[in-house]
Design a protein around this ligand. Structure first.
Ligand SMILES: Cc1cc2nc3c(=O)[nH]c(=O)nc-3n(C[C@H](O)[C@H](O)[C@H](O)COP(=O)(O)OP(=O)(O)OC[C@H]3O[C@@H](n4cnc5c(N)ncnc54)[C@H](O)[C@@H]3O)c2cc1C
Length: 418
C-alpha cells in the first residue's frame, strides 16, 4: 500500500488531488468469484477482510447496492460494549472489544476507538435485579462491570438530576469501563481499504436482485451489473436480510423496524462516559466534535423507512431533559434513522442456512459493536464449513431446535439497547 510523504500531500493538495490514489479500487465485476458477500456495511466488508487475512481466500467480491457504510454502519450511534448475560454472549462481545482495540493498528487506519466507559442508570427495582444478575454473569467471565451507588453515579455524572419526584428516579447504576465508541464509517472504510489491498473486489452501486440455485445449492447472483457465479454466498444486508434471503427461497425469523438517532449542536465537553437511561430506553454520549448524540428505542411497527417516528423522538427527548435538565435549551441539529433487523431472542444469527453454500450474518439492532467478531466468525464458517467456537449457539438452526439465546433484559429494555 502506497505511503505518502508530506511533500506528496502538499503536491496533491495543490493539484486538486489530480492523480490521488484511490483508497480502494472500483473494479467491474468478474463473471465468477469463489465467494460473493452481499452488503457493503461493516459486517460484509469485515467478512471479506477476514476471508483474505485469516484464510487466504481473496477471489471475493463484496456487492453493495449503494455506497460503503451507507446502511446502518454509517447511521448508528457507535456504542461498543459487552454487558450481556448468556454463556455464549459475554465471550463473543468481549472478544469484539478486544478486536476493536487493535483495529486501527491492524488496518493501518484510524477508527478513532475511544474507551470512555458506559454508565447504565438503574431506574426501577426490576432493572436493579437485572443489573445485578448481569454483573454477576460478567464477573464469572472476568469481564469488567461495576455496580454503582447513586452517589457514585452522581460523581461520574455531575450534570445528572435526581429529584425525588422524578418519573424515573435513579436508584443506582452499572459501569463498564472498557465500553466505548469508534468512528463508524472509518470502520467500514478501514476494512474496505485493507480487503481491497489483499485482492478483494469491493463493488459499489451493484444491487443483488436475485440468487440462483440449482436444486438446494446456490450457484450465483443476479445483479444490476450482470450475473455473477459463486458457490459460496454470504448475506450481510441488515434490514434487508429477509428480502435478500427470500431471493434464495429462505424465510428468516426476523422483522425490520426503523431505529432513530439524533445529534445536538456542538457544545463544550460535558459528558465523558456513554450514558444509558434505563427508564425510557434512551442513551447519549458526546462526540469528538462536541455534539450530544442521542438514540432510543426502535419504532413499534415494521417498516423500511430510514427515519424515526415523532412519538419516539418525543419520548426520548422528554426523558433526556428530565434526567439532564442542562440540555433543555440545546438545539437538535440532525435526526435520521436506519432499518434494523429485530431478532426475537436479541442475539445475532451467524452461520449456515438450509440452502447449501448460503451463509448469513444477521447483526440485529446492536450490531456495530459486533462488526469485528461477527465478520471474523462469518468468514470462518464460509471458509471452513464449520461454526466458529465463539459463535457456537448463534446458528439459524437454534430456531428449529428451540435453543434460543434469550438476551432480552428483564423489565428494562435499556439494558439490551444500543
Ligand atoms: C440509529 C441507529 C443506532 C444504532 N446504534 C448502535 C450502537 O450504538 N451500537 C451498536 O452496536 N449498534 C448500533 N446500531 C446497529 C448497527 O448499526 C447495525 O447492527 C450494524 O451497523 C449492521 O451492520 P451491517 O454491515 O450488517 O449492515 P449495514 O451497514 O446496514 O450494511 C448492509 C448493506 O447492505 C446493502 N444492501 C441491502 N440490500 C442489498 C442488495 N440487494 N444488494 C446489495 N447490497 C444490499 C445496504 O445498502 C447496506 O449498505 C444502530 C443502528 C441504527 C439504525
Amino acid at each position: 500500500m502506497k505511503r505518502y510523504s508530506i511533500f506528496s500531500l502538499i503536491r496533491n493538495a495543490l493539484s486538486f488531488h489530480d492523480g490521488w490514489e484511490r483508497v480502494w479500487r472500483s473494479p467491474d465485476p468478474r463473471p465468477e468469484y469463489d465467494v460473493v458477500i452481499i452488503g457493503g456495511g461493516g459486517h460484509g466488508l469485515g467478512c471479506a477482510y477476514y476471508l483474505a487475512k485469516d484464510h487466504g481466500i481473496t477471489n471475493v467480491a463484496v456487492l453493495e447496492k449503494g455506497w460503503l457504510g451507507g446502511g446502518n454502519t454509517g447511521r448508528n450511534t457507535m456504542t461498543i460494549r459487552s454487558n450481556y448475560i448468556r454463556d455464549v454472549s459475554v465471550p463473543f462481545h468481549d472478544y469484539s472489544i478486544e478486536l476493536y482495540r487493535q483495529l486501527s493498528r491492524e488496518l493501518n487506519f484510524n477508527i478513532m476507538f475511544s474507551q470512555r466507559g458506559m454508565v447504565t442508570l438503574i431506574q426501577s427495582a426490576a432493572s436493579s435485579r437485572d443489573a445485578m444478575r448481569r454483573a454477576n454473569t460478567m464477573h464469572i467471565y472476568g469481564a469488567d462491570y461495576r455496580v454503582l451507588s447513586v452517589a457514585a453515579v452522581k460523581k461520574m455524572l455531575p450534570i445528572l438530576a435526581t429529584p425525588a419526584n422524578a418519573r424515573f428516579p435513579v436508584v443506582g447504576g452499572v459501569y463498564q469501563p472498557r465500553a466505548g465508541i469508534a468512528r463508524h464509517d472509518a470502520v467500514a472504510w478501514g476494512y474496505a481499504r485493507m480487503a481491497d489491498a489483499m485482492g478483494v473486489h469491493v463493488i459499489q452501486n451493484c444491487e443483488v436482485t436475485g440468487i440462483d440455485r440449482v436444486g438446494n445449492r446456490v450457484v450465483g447472483v443476479r445483479t444490476t451489473r450482470g450475473a455473477i457465479k459463486a458457490n459460496k454466498i454470504g448475506i450481510a444486508t441488515a434490514g434487508h436480510n429477509s428480502v435478500v434471503a427470500a431471493m434464495a427461497g429462505l424465510r428468516l425469523p426476523i422483522e425490520t423496524k426503523p431505529l432513530q438517532a439524533f445529534v445536538s449542536d456542538p457544545v463544550k465537553p460535558i459528558l465523558e462516559p456513554i450514558v444509558v437511561c434505563g427508564g425510557y430506553g434512551a442513551y447519549l454520549m458526546q462526540s469528538d466534535k462536541g455534539e450530544i448524540v442521542v438514540g432510543g428505542a426502535e419504532d413499534p411497527y415494521p417498516s423500511y423507512q430510514q427515519r424515526g417516528t415523532y412519538a419516539i423522538t418525543e419520548e426520548i427527548v422528554s426523558g433526556m431533559v428530565e434526567t439532564f435538565p442542562i440540555f433543555k435549551r440545546m438545539r437538535l441539529m440532525r435526526q435520521w434513522g436506519g432499518m434494523v433487523e429485530l431478532i426475537p431472542d436479541s442475539t445475532p444469527i451467524i452461520g449456515k442456512t438450509p440452502v447449501e453454500g448460503l451463509t448469513i450474518d444477521i447483526a440485529g439492532a446492536g450490531g456495530f459493536k459486533t462488526i469485528p467478531v461477527a465478520a471474523k466468525t462469518h468468514a470462518h464458517v464460509i471458509a471452513t464449513g464449520h461454526q466458529h467456537e465463539l459463535a457456537r449457539g448463534y446458528g439459524l438452526d437454534r430456531y428449529e431446535k428451540g435453543r434460543l439465546v434469550l438476551e432480552t433484559g428483564v423489565g428494562s429494555r435499556d439494558l439490551r439497547r444500543v
